[in-house]
Structures are given as structure tokens and as C-alpha cells.
Design a protein around this ligand. Sequence first.
Ligand SMILES: O=C(O)CCC(=O)N[C@@H](CCC(=O)O)C(=O)O
Ligand SMILES: [Zn+2]
Length: 326
Amino acid sequence: MFDLLAMTLSGDVVTEPAGQTEMLDWQWRGEGILELSPRQPCEAAVVISAGIHGNETAPIELLNQLVSELLSGERQLRVRLLVLLGNPPSMCINKRFVEADMNRMFGGRHARYTPNDESRRAQELEQVMALFYRSATAAGTTQRYHYDLHTAIRGSKHVRFGLLPLQARPKSEAMLAWLNAAGLDALVHHRSPGGTFTHFSSDVFQADSCTLELGKALPFGSNDHAQFTGIRRALETLVSDEPLPVREAPAPLVHYCVVQDVIRSREDFELFVPADALNFTAFSKGFVIAQETGKTYKVEADEEVVLFPNPNVALGLRAGLMLVKM
Ligand SMILES: O=C(O)CCC(=O)N[C@@H](CCC(=O)O)C(=O)O
Ligand SMILES: [Zn+2]
């Protein structure tokens, strides 16, 4: 069985960088980067990435399984597909990153860093994505999708959720229907641009892009994949161009928009969100979320919920998001 994850983690030089099965052609485009093309014409160019943060293993395992099914012929490929395992060195050490958070570097922001493995990788992923979408368009595809799979550091009141990058054009109905069918519990709408991979793909290539969060980060082999059946099923229908699955979720999808990006810009930054607070915990108007010299972040709406609170980020990066229900 073809094991993309094992090949990527081994770091072995790939001696046969291209091949074919009865139904598709594949090309190894670089470490952890695999392109799959069906023989018949198709409409969609799909990028699925995971492991942009190396310790977020559930989606890496899920994506690896999907690739194996496509290559074994168990599952039909009816889109052009680029699969990316984002940060192999950090996957090897089960850490979010080695030197710096790669999901803040896209859209050329990598050039602002003293060159390191992550800044070089972010640039490589941008180039590979550009080449992929361009060649897929030349081959006749008309739709572009990008799903970037993550898991959260903390537990969350909504276990499965998505983050939609800011974009001027309306969100695609097809993507919103897919996200709903995938059984997500919540969708978060960004209101400012960022250095995330999905902001880059949406902004530069007009892809229908979404960051998907699948539970809490755990080591390889410790994930409860039963929690992600809906997302797995939705990804299967996406790559096989099948009808959407029926949504299975305890409650309707809740939409939030970001009202505050909490940025740590000074050494004396302090975050007042309790260490054990789950993502989507609500705080009332007036609560001081964070403080640093010259800046206090307070809850301004009657109620705001917190997402990704993390005081340990590098200076200049986001230490949390505050959201309100839409
Ligand atoms: O749990 C956390 O603090 C972070 C989980 C994670 O990596 N989330 C992504 C979200 C990207 C987006 O906003 O689209 C990230 O922070 O990079
Ligand atoms: Zn992540």
C-alpha cells in the first residue's frame, strides 16, 4: 500500500517521482507533495493540505488514508488533486513548528523572516500551488478548492469547525453547502487579511478556501477518527465528484465573525483568558482579554467568544481571536 505519510516522515529520496495506476497518473512534486490526475477530463482542481502545523496529526492520518484509497483504486479520482503535507520536519518531532509558525508566512510574508526551513517551505508551497492551479486550468478545470486541515491546541465547545478567509467576492454556495454537509459545528468568518495558507489560496487564486479544524491536537495514533466521519465522507465525495453526504450533526451550523484580532506586539503582553478555557468560551462586555503597554483588549459586544487564545506566540502574531455570532 502507498503510504504518503511514511514516505514523507522517512525523508528518503524518492527514486521514482512519477507513476500511474489503471485510473490515474501521480507525480511526487517534492517532500510530502503529491499530485494526482485522473485520465478523464474533470471540472475541479482541489488542494488538500494538512500538517502545516506538525503536531496536528488527525487530519494528516485522514488525508493519508484518502490518498491510499485513491492509489489502490478503491476510490475513484474525478478531480485534479494536489495533496500537501505541509511541514515534515515539525511532523517528525511532533511540534507545531520548528522555528516559526508557517501559517503566518503565506502571501509572501515568508520574505520578512530571516530565512529558515519554514520560510523556505512556505515559499515552496506557494510555488507548487501556483503551478498546480495554472496547469489544472490549462487542462480545462474551472473550479478551484483548497481545504487546509488543522486541529486546535485546546479543546473546543464546537469540536469541528471551519475558518473562512476574508474575501471581497461572495462565498461560493457550493463550498458552503459542502461545509454544511461535512457536519461542521461552526464556521468562523475572518474580517481581516492574514498570512494563512487559505487566505493566500483564496486571495491569489480565487480558490474556494477554508481552514478546517478537527478536534484537539494529539500524537500520531491517538486520534478518535469517529469524530471526523462527516469530514472524511465529504472529502471522499469531493475527490470522487459524488453527491454531497447527508449532514449528520447534533445541531445546525453556527456562524461567527471575528470582531477582534488580539495581537501580541510587546514583551509584557498578558492574556487573561484562563488556561483551561475551551475555544468558543463566552466573555461578557468589559472583560479585559489581554493587556500590554499602550493597549488593552476588552470585550466590546454584549458577549464575545474566544478562539485560539495563546499568549506564547512570537511578537507581532495573533494571540487569539474574539468572535460574535452572526
Ligand atoms: O489552537 C490553536 O491555537 C491554533 C490552531 C490552528 O492552527 N489554527 C489555524 C487557523 C488558521 C486560520 O485562521 O484560518 C492557525 O492558527 O493557523
Ligand atoms: Zn494548525
